[in-house]
Write a protein that binds this ligand. Structure first.
Ligand SMILES: *Cc1c(COP(=O)(O)O)cnc(C)c1O
Length: 387
């Protein structure tokens, strides 16, 4: 990795990602593991993560076609499932780049069959059943004619069938009536199992890859594993929700690092940063950190986050700017170049988690990670020698 000139970067421990995959595999085996690498590998940096992790996983999931094409262009050869919606006129790209198409409607099923016929190739397809997310997919109560139709598409390799959970995080959502109790995911699973009976009733083999489980279902719902699971956030070492069971031990792989670029004494009564939102009542040291909301350090966190300077926790103060923010070191000292950690663990053992940042920003850890901007260089490290 070229050393970024910029003091601010996201350090990603590839070995930890591999350990997370191994922990997931141990839990779900013999089910296969498709890892979701959408959204720049949840912000971790697709170009470093994908080539490293490819040998340790069975398949890759992305959200949009362009992400799948990008992975082929950087040399990835494992199966790639594009999970998001596709317009009928884009189906030919799946043939060109050997991507697996999610088919969520009769219109796309027909477009896929026509494109495969025209190209004289077989197109890999996973059928998407909506069991209660109301996002995309053929609804469970309308699935039968859709599956019938799919049997009459000789140029499609109907390799998979899947659904997606709307709520596999909470064990007993108190606001839901008991029939949605543990949980709505169980209801969705029942509906999905009913759809699968289509094949049984006709004495037909069902598609080779039946899958439903996202991270929360992997942790909470073993009956959701089928032939393959689709971990996203937990692959990166982050639990999807504070309420999930910790049935797989994972650890975060990313550390967001920076360095002090300015260190000074701030006098009482001198407001810090735009809009004068923070003033000290005593003499303190403040340091400036070269990272701001244009890097994905949410402006709405202003005056809330803690950061680690030289391994100790301090308060961020004053409006978070586009490219920098200030930290109150009280009576402590810091030099130019001293280590600042915005997310992750310091050598001292002190830690800032994605959950902490999510709490300060009023969001979830998914948005914290995927919001880290492209301007922040990714640096990939390993802490073992055997991979
Ligand atoms: C993003 C995504 C996942 C992974 O979800 P996590 O909660 O991050 O595990 C799984 N399946 C589909 C279809 C997705 O879009």
């Amino acid at each position: 990795m070229p050393t970024p000139l910029r003091p601010t970067h996201l350090e990603v421990n590839l070995s930890q990602l591999r350990r997370n995959v191994e922990a997931i595999r141990a839990k779900v085996s013999p089910a296969k593991v498709l890892v979701m690498l959408k959204a720049n590998a949840y912000g971790h940096g697709i170009d470093g993560v994908a080539p490293y992790i490819e040998p340790f996983i069975d398949a890759i999931g992305v959200a949009v076609l362009d992400e799948g094409i990008h992975l082929r262009e950087i040399g990835i050869t494992k199966p790639i499932l594009v999970a998001g919606g596709t317009l009928p006129e884009h189906v030919s790209y799946y043939l060109e780049y050997d991507l697996t198409l999610t088919v969520s409607s009769l219109a796309v099923l027909d477009a896929a069959e026509s494109a495969a016929l025209a190209a004289g190739k077989s197109l890999k397809v996973h059928l998407k059943i909506d069991t209660g997310m109301e996002r995309a997919g053929v609804r469970w109560y309308e699935a039968e004619p859709f599956l019938e139709h799919s049997l009459r598409c000789p140029h499609l390799d109907i390799e998979g069938i899947y659904t997606h959970f709307a709520n596999s995080e909470t064990l007993e959502p108190p606001e839901m009536p008991k029939k949605y109790g543990f949980s709505y995911a169980s209801t969705q699973l029942e509906r999905f199992n009913e759809v699968l009976r289509f094949y049984e009733k006709r004495g037909l083999p069902r598609p080779r890859l039946v899958h439903t489980a996202n991270s929360a279902a992997i942790l909470n719902l073993p009956e959701s594993y089928f032939d393959m699971v689709r971990p996203g956030v937990m692959f990166y070492g982050i639990y999807p929700d504070p309420e999930v069971l910790h049935t797989v031990a994972i650890s975060p792989a990313a550390t967001w690092k920076s360095q002090v670029v300015y260190s000074k004494i701030t006098q009482p009564g001198n407001p810090v940063s735009y809009s004068s939102l923070w003033v000290s009542d005593k003499v303190i040291r403040t340091v400036t950190v070269p990272c701001g909301y244009a890097d994905g350090y949410f402006r709405r966190m202003t005056n809330l986050p803690k950061v680690l300077v030289n391994g100790r926790k301090y308060q961020q103060v004053g409006r978070i700017c586009m490219d920098q923010f200030m930290v109150n070191l009280e009576a402590d000292h810091a030099e130019l170049g001293d280590e600042v950690i915005l997310l992750g663990k310091a050598a001292s053992g002190e830690q800032i988690s994605a959950e902490d940042l999510a709490g300060w920003a009023g969001t979830n850890p998914y948005e914290v990670m995927t919001n880290i901007a492209a301007r922040v260089p990714r640096a990939f490290i390993r802490d073992d020698n055997n991979a």
